[in-house]
Write a protein that binds this ligand. Structure first.
Ligand SMILES: Cc1cc2nc3c(=O)[nH]c(=O)nc-3n(C[C@H](O)[C@H](O)[C@H](O)COP(=O)(O)OP(=O)(O)OC[C@H]3O[C@@H](n4cnc5c(N)ncnc54)[C@H](O)[C@@H]3O)c2cc1C
Length: 361
């Protein structure tokens, strides 16, 4: 199912410099921003991915598997980039206690790679076993906004989960901050969100700077907008660098699909981290895991666009590898291919939004 989209007043498509509106009304406090040119001719690729969603939230817990210790770290829904360092920190705190010897990590998406790096940082040798490597993971498809969006359903989580969630978010938030820069493709951007989808502060300092902007203070064809700063991860570049870091630190990678727990039990390592994302559904029979498909239209980069925007129209994240337009959350859809009709709708809703700018840089 596509997100509901607001029907914007058609208005004139002509963009005006300065702060006059198409109706002649003045927006004297309007901060001009560069609009995205959401034209079909600018699409450079389309993508779709399946978010590994559980209504009860991600799973970080350990169990015995024969002689081995198995630590789960999967089910991050729409927030796996955001939470990866944090849940991996929780998982390694559980698993590494009292352990000696080498370690196996199953999965080479963002969660597997951050788990593997934390295990290496703690001084252990690691082998990653993964059916597919970047760029062929769901993590590569992600938009990469630091925000724990669509991670659980509020009515279905336990207080214990919420403790894990806030601890994970806090650790991730601090860890990403020390990785900002071109090496990892991480940068801060002001983010504008249509009022109505505003969430409370999830942890004390996230989002850090935030303010509600009145209609006259921003260029968007919308009423009040919430503005905050957060980090954005260019996922292709980030995962590439994480793989390099892992290998430079002596990590080994074996491309291999593990079909059943018995195959895991046969691995030589006595400690195994399960970071298989949606794959955990088949591998461990977790029927609570469900795919939530997201589709993206990627436009040619526009370096002058240095803000992100979210709302009823969908979302726009500007990255060096393209301007990402998204906004679908389709439950229980297993087909990870972009649908031309949905892509056309994503493009049209963004075009209405950006063509409706009331002042432009
Ligand atoms: C369109 C879209 C936009 C998104 N935007 C954001 C965003 O802005 N911010 C954010 O935080 N998150 C976002 N997400 C969510 C994010 O992509 C996921 O939560 C995250 O990628 C999950 O990471 P993972 O490592 O658990 O899974 P994956 O990236 O799927 O990696 C799983 C790994 O396990 C391996 N594997 C699976 N099964 C087996 C098996 N049986 N044997 C061996 N290996 C196996 C796979 O080959 C792969 O290497 C988005 C997702 C989508 C689809």
């Amino acid at each position: 199912m596509l997100l509901d989209r607001r029907t914007f007043a058609a208005g004139s498509a002509a963009l005006l410099s300065g702060c006059a509106t198409t109706s002649g009304r003045r927006f004297s406090d309007c901060t001009p921003l560069a609009p995205v040119i959401a034209d079909e001719s600018r699409i450079i690729r389309t993508m779709a991915g399946l978010r590994p969603y559980r209504r009860q939230g991600f799973v970080v817990r350990q169990e015995a598997l024969g002689e081995k210790r198995l630590v789960h770290n999967y089910g991050h829904g729409g927030g796996g980039i955001t939470l990866s360092w944090g849940t991996s920190k929780l998982a390694t705190e559980l698993g590494l206690q009292g352990h000696s010897g080498s370690v196996a990590v199953i999965g080479s998406g963002v969660v597997g790679l951050s788990t593997a790096r934390l295990v290496q940082e703690a001084g252990f040798a690691v082998t990653i076993y993964a059916a597919s490597l970047p760029p062929d993971t769901t993590s590569n498809v992600a938009g990469g906004q630091f925000h724990p969006f669509a991670v659980f359903h509020a009515g279905d989580v336990t207080p214990e989960f919420m403790t894990q969630f806030t601890r994970a978010l806090d650790y991730s938030w601090r860890r990403y901050q020390i990785m900002v820069g071109d090496d990892y493709g991480i940068r801060w951007l002001p983010t504008y969100v249509e009022a109505g989808s505003v969430e409370d502060k999830v942890i004390a300092n996230f989002p850090p700077i935030n303010r509600m902007l009145g209609e006259a203070e921003h260029p968007f064809p919308a009423g009040s907008m919430f503005r905050y700063d957060t980090m954005y991860v260019e996922t292709g570049r980030y995962l590439r660098q994480m793989m390099r870091d892992f290998q430079v630190a002596g990590g080994k990678i074996e491309v291999r699909r593990l079909a059943a727990p018995a195959e895991i039990a046969a691995l030589q390592e006595r400690l195994v981290f399960n970071c298989t994302g949606l794959g955990a559904r088949d591998l461990f029979g977790d029927q609570e895991l469900q795919p939530v498909r997201g589709q993206l239209a990627i436009l040619e980069p526009q370096p002058e666009v240095r803000y992100a925007a979210l709302g009823a129209f969908g979302y726009m994240f500007p990255r060096a590898d393209g301007i990402l337009l998204g906004g679908t959350f389709e439950r229980d859809v297993w087909d990870a291919t972009p649908q031309p009709s949905d892509i056309a709708r994503i493009l049209a809703s963004h075009k209405r939004f950006f063509d409706g700018f009331r002042c432009a840089a």
